[in-house]
Design a protein around this ligand. Structure first.
Ligand code: S3P
Length: 168
């Protein structure tokens, strides 16, 4: 079984994915970390040197590679992954898999992102909490039509333990 975790930036995909994989005793892959390892550069550097279009191309390639080579894993995607290329199609068509959207409120995401924005090129230059709230509100609204196509939607505002319990 492949579990694919989807959600906005700072929704807890990596943290929960890592712990969930541990509980299930399966491999954990974080797509952003996988890309960073393969490319030998941070996401931030890939964006600044080669741009977002290049990033979306390799994100699509590595997503394909991972889903074609692993039979059992927990995979955490980047916040934008389901919204680009044919990624959502790949995710929905993936054999023996469940996609899960961690649904966290705009308020909570903004609070987290204002302190975790440095390695996130899309929000790096947002200065105030108020601006972050406005940006995330609009951006998440654009992405919801993609996120909402998953198999299971989980309330990501709950504690890590509650979220894992609910997924299990
Ligand atoms: C992005 C989210 C990031 C990373 C890149 C783009 C996005 O991943 O893939 O900066 O488009 O939302 P996280 O969701 O892990 O921050």
């Amino acid at each position: 079984m492949k579990i694919i975790l989807i959600g906005y930036m700072a929704s807890g995909k990596s943290l929960i994915g890592n712990d969930l994989a541990h509980v299930l005793n399966v491999k954990f892959i974080d797509l952003d970390h996988y890309i960073e390892n393969k490319e030998g550069k941070t996401i931030q550097k890939i964006f600044s040197e080669k741009g977002e279009i290049f990033f979306r191309k390799i994100e699509n390639k590595y997503l394909n590679d991972i889903l074609n080579s692993e039979s059992s894993l927990v995979l955490s995607l980047g916040g934008g992954t389901p919204c680009f290329s044919n990624n959502l199609e790949i995710i929905k068509g993936c054999f023996k898999s469940k996609s899960i959207y961690l649904n966290v409120s705009v308020h909570e995401l903004s609070k987290r992102l204002i302190v975790e924005k440095e390695n996130r090129p899309l929000v790096k230059y947002v200065q105030t909490e108020e601006d972050m709230l406005e940006f995330v509100g609009k951006h998440l609204f654009e992405r919801l039509p993609y996120y909402n196509q998953v198999d299971i939607i989980i309330n990501g505002n709950n504690s890590k333990e509650e979220i894992i319990e609910e997924i299990l």
